[in-house]
Design a protein around this ligand. Sequence first.
Ligand code: GDP
Length: 604
Amino acid sequence: MRMLNLGILAHVDAGKTSLTERLLFDAGAIPTMGAVDDGSTQTDAMDLERRRGITIRSAVATFTTGGHEIHLIDTPGHPDFIAEVERALGVLDGAVLVLSAVEGVQAQTRILMRTLRSAGVPTLLFVNKTDRRGARHLELLPDIRRLLSPSAVAVRAPAAELAEILAEHSDTVLESYLDAPDRLDETLLRAEFAAQARAGLVHPVFFGSAITGHGIDELLAGITEFLPTAGGDDTGPVNGTVFAIERDPVHGRSAVVRLFGGSIDARDVVPFAGRGSAKVTGVRAADRRPGRVGAGGIAYVTGLRGIRIGDRLGSASTGPTARFRPPTQETVVTAPDPGALFRALTELADQDPLIDVRRADEHGSLVVSLYGEVQREVIAARLAEEFGVVADFSPPRIICVEQLAGVGTALREIGPNPATVGLRVEPGPADSGTRFGLEVERGSLPRAFMTAIEDTVHASLRHGPHGWRVLDCTVTLTHTAYWSPSTVAGDFRYLVPLVLMAALRRAGTVVCEPLDRAELEVPADALTAVLAAITRCGGLPDVPVVRGDSCSIDAVMPVARLRDLARLLPGITGGVGVLTSRFEGYRPVSAGVDTPTPPRVVAP
Ligand code: GDP
């Protein structure tokens, strides 16, 4: 059977969950239709998602229609999770973008459509809630064309209108349209329509209601007609992306993998994430049946210890790679039972690379890195609901970094067990992390001492002279000496931090703050006020792009001020402005601005 990995995306409340439920029900995959409003849907597996009415994590549901096996991949929809949205898009063959017939094109709908188009995902539009009072049908098309895509076309458009749009990418259609606009071959036109939709060149628009079921048959048929099926070569090398981690009592922890090439079964040994290979202990397909899964399919894979969301399976380098930004804020988490909190947080972090946890002090409080406010709420709610841990979060603070201003060297020796270490630090290329090099013979030190020195260098760079992590730094071991047999590895562990700190102080470090690129969609009449607000919040706006009565602005902003802008936005845009952001880089904290206080240094 042909397979299609499908995503449903929507502005919150447009009806994504209800539509998912309706498709599963109408296709016969579930016996009854759950309702969002009483919290009984299939796809929102987590209580939290049900309660908040938003979908945060990816999950898969399967149904068959028109000789196709459809894997519904539940993509997250909140702007705080735009990185997750992008990651999920990489595993899709096609998407349905849901709009509300009452509210029409909403700002977040535009952001999602933009993301889908830039990822090249063929997309159908479904105008939902046509049963509601005030619902619009074809009257919405001009808005859809103007705000989402000029190549959106109603699936039942008259031949002439269809030909006009298809002609843009087809000389054959153009000729027949110019020759005889009233005698168009509708069969040929429909085939061309499907081909262009599958190539992502046009976007068929469907109308209906997830609640009454009206228009759903047509959408189901459209999914197989207008979206491409999954391709890939079963016989090639394994190539897949992990887009979710699931845990259940029977199988334990499974990586949910989209396979782009090759096939996978129990007892196969597969390389993953560039960290070596592991033996697969079990494989289940999208419909949860055990057995080999081939290219294009979804596989639930057990046995790959330590595998995380975003990891690649196989050694092939094609296919999408996950893009992650570093977390730029952190919060101190405390709970009455620190042990339970630690176990719960490490389990969450283990499932999701966007959650990062470390110990803050000897009293058991833990620091969690954050991407945004919603993520904090989500973590708090999951701790409570999945682990029964009621946690307290401190107000988030910005994570700065230190960058080297120059080159520094230092050399020290200690007794009574003599040990000598000389180090040189110098700035490395951007994004190079920490590099450790040798200017001494590798054989001049026992291996255990060399390992102790290198490990301690990496650990010590977490706290530079100003207390922040030192970024992009090359450290070279220039001198060593020891006294056999009295010197021990612990002597080097004691000595290295002192020498390194002295070298860093000589080189000098600059405290840098994180910057985001904010993307705003606002009404054109609010443009002046929004630009003023961006500037007031320390941002640097690009030239705005005005489209009709709406406009998009990109701005580079200090992460520390992004929340201020987000707070101002509803007031100055009448509640319709939307802001998403992604990591941009670092810049020195400007003079005269309060430098954030670094975290207290404690033993790692
Ligand atoms: P999501 O946030 O996009 O997943 O949207 P939901 O599926 O949770 O729906 C949001 C609200 O709209 C709920 O109260 C639904 O009952 C309602 N809803 C969804 N689809 C329809 C529809 O086709 N017609 C009507 N009248 N209400 C709908």
